[in-house]
Write a protein that binds this ligand. Structure first.
Ligand SMILES: C[S@@+](CC[C@H](N)C(=O)[O-])C[C@H]1O[C@@H](n2cnc3c(N)ncnc32)[C@H](O)[C@@H]1O
Length: 183
């Protein structure tokens, strides 16, 4: 199953222009249909877009023809080379706590782990190694992920955050942080 763009995708997409302008190299993690990579590719020189789901990468390779986007299958940064350092990293991750009612095939896109923040935790522990000194991360998560959990993980990884937008949908707030290295 490929994640069909939803409220969270459109909410994050709205902010990409302001941050991707004139950036050299952008990484879109968990690209799904490629919606955020395509948006960033209109402003940045080059975008690398990755997803753990091979079907998503196949879909993007077949349907997205922007010459400055490269798609790769990757578990977070696993297919990123050591010399690829990004000016911007975009991540609309799976951020919800496990719900046993959720069908198995959509969990990869929605469920961050038992507590909801496990994929983000792994992402934050590696992100600093792939970010340029002035680089910026745009990360979306939910009030159901736990704001305090996310804040703690960011600070533990020597990063700093700023809330740039928040939107109430159904039973949750979705929140976007810009995150930088703490210099
Ligand atoms: C909420 S969807 C977002 C899709 C798209 N970026 C959008 O905004 O519509 C999360 C995406 O993350 C991918 N994903 C989940 N775990 C991942 C991992 N460890 N590494 C890379 N991608 C992952 C899923 O396959 C899914 O495509």
């Amino acid at each position: 199953m490929i994640y069909e763009p939803a409220e969270d995708s459109f909410f994050l997409k709205k902010h990409i222009k302001d941050y991707a302008k004139d950036k050299r190299l952008v990484l879109d993690i968990g690209t799904g249909s490629g919606i955020l990579a395509v948006e960033a590719s209109g402003y940045a020189d080059k975008v690398i877009a990755v997803d753990i789901n091979p079907d998503a990468i196949q879909y993007c390779c077949d349907n997205v023809k922007n010459s400055n986007i490269e798609f790769r299958q990757s578990d977070l940064f696993s297919a990123i080379k050591g010399n690829e350092i990004f000016d911007m990293i975009i991540f609309n991750p799976p951020y919800l706590p496990l719900d046993e009612e959720e069908p198995e095939d959509s969990r990869l896109a929605t469920t961050g782990g038992k507590k909801g923040y496990e994929v983000i935790e792994r992402f934050l522990s590696e992100a600093g190694n792939h970010l340029s000194e002035e680089g910026i991360i745009l990360l979306l998560f939910s009030s159901l992920t736990g704001v305090n959990n996310i804040n703690r993980l960011i600070l533990n990884n020597n990063l700093i955050y700023k809330e740039i937008d928040r939107q109430h949908i159904f039973f949750e707030d979705i929140i976007i942080y810009s995150i930088r290295k703490n210099q």
